[in-house]
Design a protein around this ligand. Sequence first.
Ligand SMILES: *Cc1c(COP(=O)(O)O)cnc(C)c1O
Length: 797
Amino acid sequence: MFSNVKKFKDTFYKRLEMLCGKSFDESTARDQYETLGHMIREFVSNDWIATNERYLAITGKQVYYLSIEYLLGKLLRQNLINLGVEALVEEGLRELGIDLNELEELEADAGLGNGGLGRLAACFLDSIASLNLPGHGHGIRYKHGLFEQKIVDGYQVELPEQWLRSGNVWEVRKADLAVKIRFWGKVEAKMEHNRLTFHHLNAETVTAVPYDMPVIGYESKTVNTLRLWNAEPSQFPIHDDILKYKRETEMISELLYPDDTHDEGKILRLKQQYFLVSASLQSILKAYRKQHGKLDQLHEHVCIHINDTHPVLAIPELMRILMDEEGLDWEQAWNITKNTISYTNHTTLSEALEKWPIRIFQPLLPRIYMIVEEINERFCHELWDETPGDWARIAGLAIIADGYVKMAHLAIVGSFSVNGVAKLHTEILKQREMKPFYQIFPEKFNNKTNGIAHRRWLLKANPKLATFLSELIGPSWIRSAEDLSQLMNYQNDTSVLEQLESIKKENKQELAQIILEKTGVSVDSGAIFDVQVKRLHAYKRQLLNILHIMHLYNRIKEDASYSMVPRVFIFGAKASPGYYYAKKIIKLINSAAEIINHDPKVGDRMKVIFLENYRVSLAEKIFPAADVSEQISTASKEASGTGNMKFMINGALTLGTLDGANIEIRELVGDDNIFTFGLTSDEVLHYYQHGGYQSEGYYHHDYRIRQAVDQLVNGFFPGVYNEFEPIFDSLLEENDQYFVLKDFASYADTQLNVGEVFKDSMRWQKMSLANIANAGYFSSDRTIKEYAEDIWKINPL
Ligand SMILES: *Cc1c(COP(=O)(O)O)cnc(C)c1O
């Protein structure tokens, strides 16, 4: 049906009539979107089935990737690209009078994630399939993804997200593969045939129904599966209050927790975690038993990877199944489990390290708790044997301590691999945060620097640049991103640099149009587009950016002739609904924008834009139009970042701290092709350990800082009395934990330098080219090859 334009059109016509029960002339754009989606599904169905059959037959290893989040975005165009039929479909639709872009608009973003962690999982799925690797994703089919953000009077307002409102053409419900998950109840131990057996009595049962989505590799025969679990009431519940049971059951897959760094102390969240893990393991083991019968060689054929600690209950759940269902003894089960599970750590922020109160954990998951207790006891025993009497050490490393279950400790003890997500992050894990564990298990720790699906973030998001690159160096970079390095041959080719400049200009004009439509503000596409888009967090320091913007505004007001290279400062950020401080920063950015954008004295020298509802589909329009990539987290706080990589591959220059993967960007492009500033992670950690930083001094001695900081509380912002006092206090009373004032001068100087360099457009484009040319390393294809070879031990089919 996709072999030529005529066949496509004929099939499309017939399929539409069959599916929608109306003639083509009466069809709506949504009918057309659904039709195209169905055609794609039918087109891949043979390969999908064949891929699964191959997986049932192979004896080599397979990986199951467990993640509580998948931030997929839209799938239509990416699927067309990966199937190699984008141009044909676009042409066929055009001849039918349909614009593919308009159909694309109708697809809801699958926003089942908060930010970096969920997007990483989505990028990994693309690479696993494109590399023909036997890998399966498992997650939760949240009815509501991450909230939709509106900005009203400068404040964030959250609306429930409704991605399933018009259905999801990509999913297939597999009711026959449903499994049961048990919560609450009591565990009874009995002697049976000379063995202690455990029975879970009076459990409340929830049914997990899988919805499978095809994951289509780039021009490959592999169609992998993302299996998302839906929570439904079990049949014939013996329940006093059936409606309450139904509601509570369905709540499990109702919504994604809109927080990615704070530990949400919610029973429901723990229920979600166990729901994902238990459903996934039952389904994995069912397939495994079909193929291998017994489970005693599981670790030879299966790797289960946990994305952060949210799915860490996979460890005790696997133990439970191996012992209670398979009848293995503890040692055998433990050996299999710890050789099956691998774990990625995503953060060292202490507020993000998950821990669950025993009083919640134990009654909800009684059998699982018993197993965690025993894992803990055995581990503490080993610690005791190493350092008898050192109670402090044992308490510090224990999995259960002070009334809590510490999920990261469980993950490290119960897995064979613990990886960080960038060189610096892994070093901090090994040398500081998890040092005692590193000393016990040095062989487990390894680094896997994050990557991005370059076929989404360059090929799909930036078609103009992608086409130009393919004309220049050939299309091999689409498969092998490292081939982008061939661009370095054109460093001094003025015509190439001019074409890069003009592509960037066109992308900026397109974004300017979006900005005009969404905000009513007209921006000059000749200005520097200086962009900070990411979740709003204190450590990411959007505050440093906006204080510097306020300072620039103050300069202009003091000296009307102040000359600066025109800038458009662009922000996009969602704050967790309960994160009071982050919401204040959003209001501050919008309040500053209101003043600056409407002050005739400023003119075109600067504009401040806050784009609401930052998400994957909006991100795809922003990165190609960026000149400057703001990556200004307090050093040591950002584990890796992936936004930084998306900017880089689209030719934006990084203005960043020596944090996360920024360090590796600098290593690749060289010091001359990046703007770095600020404290190093060692300096930051030194201050945390030894004190010695006083923000007040910077406030008193730097007029620029004092002026901008005072404006938070001196009536500069009309009508928002006291609004920004918490920000003011965080900087002075609370001694500026994120070193915003400390890094201000260095940031402001570097920003001046950015402006100077931009004036020399050929120099800028040459730097931009060096960034694109070196970005191949950050393809998630590279990252996934490393996972496959070093951790998962899986081979391409
Ligand atoms: C890449 C991405 C992120 C992560 O951005 P960072 O700058 O690495 O924090 C968050 N949200 C979306 C929509 C993304 O595409």
